[in-house]
Structure formats: C-alpha cells, structure tokens
Design a protein around this ligand. Structure first.
Ligand code: F0G
Length: 325
C-alpha cells in the first residue's frame, strides 16, 4: 500500500485526489549491530533509500504530484540536486504529466540525472546554483500551468511526515533521538510535523554540511536552505537541534555505515550519523538514523572514497597473491 492509501486520513487528500503510487513508504527499520555497540545506544536505521526511486523524496512526491493532477496542472517543475528530480520525473510519468527538472550544471550525481531522463523528464542544466534554479522554478510556477514540486510545496511536507508515523509504529514507541541530514530543511520540518501530530517529543537532530556550498555530499549542496526560517523556529522552540559536520566527518560516517553494517547509502545520508558524534547520547536510549538516499545514486563518490578493483589473471595463484599480500 502506498503513502496516500495508507495514510489517507492524515493527508490533505479527498475523493478527487488520484491514488498515485509507485509503492512508496513502508520502508524497513533495521537495527544496527556494531554502531549500537560503539555508541552505547540502541541504534536503528530507517531505510528511506528503499523507496521506489531510491530516496525519501517519493513519500512526499506522490502526494504533491497527485494534488497537481487534482488541481489541473499541466506539468510539474522542480529544482534539484538530483533526488527530487528523479522522484518528480517518475511520479509525473506515472501520472501522465510532463516534468521539467532543473539541476545545477555539473553538480549532481550522474545516476540521478539518468533516472530523470529514463522516465522522460525534460532535464535542464542551469548555469548557476541550486538556489538560483529554485528561484526560477518558483517564478515559473507562479505564472500558472506548472506545479512546483519542491518541498516549498506543502503537500511534499505532508507526505514526508508519514515517515515519523511509521517510525513510531515500527518501534512500538517514540525514539529518544532521530537524526537526519539537513539540506534545504524540508525533511526535518516534515518529521517535526509528523511527530507533533502524534503528540511525540524527542530530540530531532539535523546534520548539515559545514561546507554547505561545496560539500562532497552533493545532495545537500545547498547554500541557502529554503526552510531556514521554519527550522530556526523549531530550534528556538527546542524541537530540533542543528549540528554542522565537516566533509571528513560525513565521509567517515559513510564508510562506517558501509563497512561495519553492510549498508550502502549516499554520502549525504551519513550526515545524520556524523551529527550524533557531536551530541551527548544517554546510554541505552533509542536512536533512529534516517538514511535518505541509496548508495547507487552516487557511485562517483565511491570511486573517491574507496580503493578501486584490482586486475588479476584468472588463476588461483594470482588471486591468492593479491588477497594474501
Ligand atoms: N538526503 C538526500 C539524499 C537528499 O537528496 C536531500 C535533499 C537531503 C538529504 C536533504 O533533505 O533538503 O529536505 O533537508 N535533496 C534535494 C534534492 C535538495 O533536490 O534532491 P532536505
């Protein structure tokens, strides 16, 4: 069951809203073995990268595109560091609407662009930053015709808040801490809303790249977070905490998740775990770390962060000479 069908009574949908789905939501919550031990807590990973296009964006995109159809939009438009583009493109194709996606030139991971192209989106590379691309998308959507499906569209936040409902349902309780990356801030805003609707209080930790404009984690390479004001209000109310993490901390966390847990996420996804190193965790408490995007989204990062493959002759001697040396 997709997000709209599963959470219909918690979403702004009605009889005229198409039940658009690619089977998003219902993602696994998996207990960490080794990192739980190292951190002295009960750590869980919420695999949002198990969504249909490989990122958490699908959870809100199904609602945003369904509402665009309901409202008679002739197409959807978004600016993206890659994942929003892949998700918007997929759901627009599913809904039979054209999608226009704008990405900062040369600054997104190639597989994400491939996803958008594969399903027929019009991909425009912008000579500029994500923030500049987002501003032109807003202007375009203000003229009518195209619905903006960035997280400034409140339907995206509505869909994404369902992840908080699921975490509580899967754990059977509210976690003490939930950590996730903070890029534009849509997702942390959505979790805060979801938990608030459940009457749940917890520590919500947003890990942001200290080198926002240049981070290796291209998904969160955003200089001006679109939800900065909402996030600041959450912080002021004691409902969220922000932690800035250096690229080296993000990549170390990424390597640790991969090599010690067998979990392959994209680098930006590791910002939540990296942030946990900066806060005091009460021993034995329950901590959820949201993995937002799949590792296959950014294989170029793997080339930078790990040793390459070794070429050998197809003989036992050659193999042993390599693996035993
Ligand atoms: N993790 C991944 C994998 C992302 O793609 C993004 C954002 C974030 C975290 C940050 O989430 O912006 O809600 O705070 N990606 C957007 C995009 C910007 O265009 O795909 P946020």
């Amino acid at each position: 069951m997709g997000v709209i069908a599963r959470w219909r009574d918690r979403l702004p949908v009605g009889p005229a809203t198409p039940e658009l789905t690619l089977g998003e939501g219902g993602t696994p919550l998996v207990r960490s073995e080794r990192l739980s031990e190292r951190l002295g807590v009960e750590l869980w990973f919420k695999f949002e990268d198990a969504n249909p296009t490989g990122s958490f964006k699908d959870r809100g995109m199904c609602v945003a595109v369904a509402k665009a159809v309901e409202d008679g939009a002739e197409g959807v438009v978004c600016a993206s560091t890659g994942n929003t583009a892949a998700s918007a493109a997929a759901y627009a194709a599913r809904a039979g609407l054209p999608a226009v996606v704008l990405t900062p030139v040369g600054a997104i991971a190639a597989p994400k662009q491939a996803q958008a192209r594969a399903v027929g989106a019009r991909v425009l590379e912008v000579r500029g930053t994500f923030d500049e691309a987002l501003r032109s998308c807003q202007e375009l959507s203000d003229r009518g015709t195209f619905a903006l499906v960035n997280s400034l569209n409140p339907h995206r936040i509505e869909g994404q808040k369902t992840a908080a409902f699921e975490v509580i349902e899967q754990l059977g309780r509210v976690p003490d801490v939930l950590a996730l990356p903070y890029g534009g801030g849509g997702n942390i805003t959505a979790y805060a809303k979801g938990f608030a609707e459940e009457g749940a209080t917890l520590r919500l930790i947003g890990g942001q790249a200290s080198e926002r404009a240049h981070t290796i984690a291209s998904a969160i390479r955003i200089a001006e977070p679109a939800h900065a004001h909402e996030v600041a209000a959450l912080v002021a109310d004691g409902r969220a905490e922000l932690v800035s993490v250096r690229d080296e901390e993000i990549t170390d966390a990424w390597l640790e998740i991969a090599s010690r847990e067998g979990v392959f996420c994209e680098p930006s996804s590791a910002a939540g775990l990296a942030a946990l190193a900066h806060i005091t965790l009460v021993p034995g408490t329950t901590v959820v770390c949201v993995l937002t995007g799949h590792g296959l989204k950014d294989t170029a990062a793997v080339d930078v962060l790990t040793a390459g493959a070794t070429l050998v002759e197809p003989t036992v001697e050659a193999i042993l000479a390599e693996v035993c040396s």
